[in-house]
Design a protein. Structure first.
Ligand code: ATP
Length: 277
C-alpha cells in the first residue's frame, strides 16, 4: 500500500501514514533499523497521550519558535527518522526561522548522510550541512560526536528531535540552548532540554513553524514572554500526568492541575532513572 492509498477516514490514519513513511525511509536507505524501534517506542507514548498536542506541548512549541527567532545561529538537527517523517516540514521550519539544517546521525555512515541530504534537497532544502564532519561535540566518541564546525558546533540554539540522551547532555555541556522534540517525557533528552516539546514530531514541527510565522513580526517583549512563561518542568509533569491517565483521553480533556502537580512530586519514583538506557 502506498501512502496515498491509506483511506483518510481510517481511525488510525495518522499512525498508518507515519508507519508507512518510516518503512519507506528504511527502504530508501535513509532510516536505520534502530529507527524502526525508536518509532515503535514513540508510537506507544503517542497512543497513551491520546495522539494529540497537549496545551503544554503547544506552549513549548511557541517558546521554541520564539527561541529560534531570537537565536544568532540556530540549527535543526536531522536524523533518519526526522528525514523520513517530516522532510518538507523541517525545510519549512528552517525557512521560517532562518536556521541551518544539519544531518546528524547516531549510527553514522557517509552513505546514509548523503542520502538524507539528497532527500532534504528533494523536499526543498537549499543547503544541507553535516557532510563535512569537521567539528565535534566534546565528551563523545568520534562516531557520535562528529558535527560540522560551522553548523552544530557553532550553533547557539539547536533543535534535536528524537535525540539520544548522551548527546543531548553533551550538547547541554557545550552551552547550547536545546529544543528537544520527544514523545517520552521520562527520556533523558527532553529532561535535559531548555524547551522539551512532548509531542509527535509530525505534529510538533509544523506547529513550531506556525508559531514562528505568528511571532515573526512580534515585539521582542512578546517573544520574551513566550519564552519566559514556558515552564519545562511543568510541561514534563503535564505530559506524564496525561500518560498516566491513559488511552481514554480525548482531545478536549484537560489534565487537572492537581494531577500534574502529583506527577511532578512523584516524578523521580514513577519515571525512574533512565540513565542506563
Ligand atoms: P534517552 O537516551 O534520551 O533516554 P531513549 O533511549 O529513550 O533516549 P531511543 O530508544 O533511541 O531513545 O528512542 C527514541 C526516542 O524518540 C524515544 O523517546 C521515543 O519516544 C521518541 N520518538 C520516536 N518517534 C517519535 C516521533 N515520531 N515523535 C517524537 N518522538 C518520537
Amino acid at each position: 500500500m502506498t501512502e496515498t492509498e491509506i483511506p483518510e477516514d481510517h481511525p488510525r490514519y495518522a499512525s498508518l501514514v507515519t508507519r508507512h513513511r518510516i518503512e519507506a525511509g528504511v527502504e530508501k536507505g535513509i532510516t536505520s533499523k534502530q529507527g524502526l524501534i525508536a518509532q515503535g517506542r514513540g508510537e506507544a507514548f503517542d497512543y497513551l497521550l491520546g495522539e494529540r498536542t497537549l496545551p503544554s506541548a503547544d506552549a513549548a512549541a511557541r517558546a521554541a519558535a520564539a527561541t529560534l527567532l531570537s537565536a544568532e545561529r540556530p540549527v535543526l538537527s536531522v536524523n533518519g527518522n526526522v528525514a523520513a517523517l517530516a522532510p518538507a516540514e523541517t525545510v519549512d521550519l528552517a525557512e521560517a526561522v532562518d536556521a541551518d539544517v544539519e544531518v546528524n546521525l547516531f549510527n553514522h555512515t557517509d552513505e546514509r548522510a548523503r542520502r538524507i541530504a539528497d532527500h532534504l534537497r528533494e523536499h526543498g532544502a537549499d543547503e544541507v550541512k553535516g557532510l563535512a564532519g569537521d567539528g565535534e561535540i566534546p565528551g563523545l566518541d568520534h562516531a557520535r560526536g562528529t558535527v560540522d564546525a560551522d553548523g552544530i558546533e557553532a550553533a547557539d540554539v539547536v533543535v534535536v528531535p528524537l535525540e539520544d540522551g548522551d548527546r543531548a547532555e553533551a550538547l547541554d555541556a557545550m552551552g547550547k540552548t536545546e529544543i528537544v522534540i520527544d514523545l517520552n517525557p521520562g527520556s533523558r533528552s527532553p529532561r535535559t532540554a531548555d524547551v522539551p516539546i512532548i509531542d509527535n514530531l509530525i505534529r510538533a514541527v509544523p506547529n513550531v513553524t506556525a508559531h514562528a510565522r505568528d511571532l515573526a513580526d512580534a515585539s521582542p517583549a512578546t517573544r520574551r514572554d513566550a519564552i519566559d512563561s514556558f515552564d519545562a518542568a511543568e510541561a514534563l509533569a503535564e505530559a506524564e500526568a496525561a500518560i498516566r491517565k491513559g488511552t481514554f483521553a480525548t482531545p478536549d480533556d484537560e489534565v487537572p492541575n492537581d494531577e500534574a502537580a502529583d506527577a511532578e512530586a512523584s516524578n523521580a519514583d514513577m519515571v525512574g532513572d533512565t540513565s542506563a538506557r
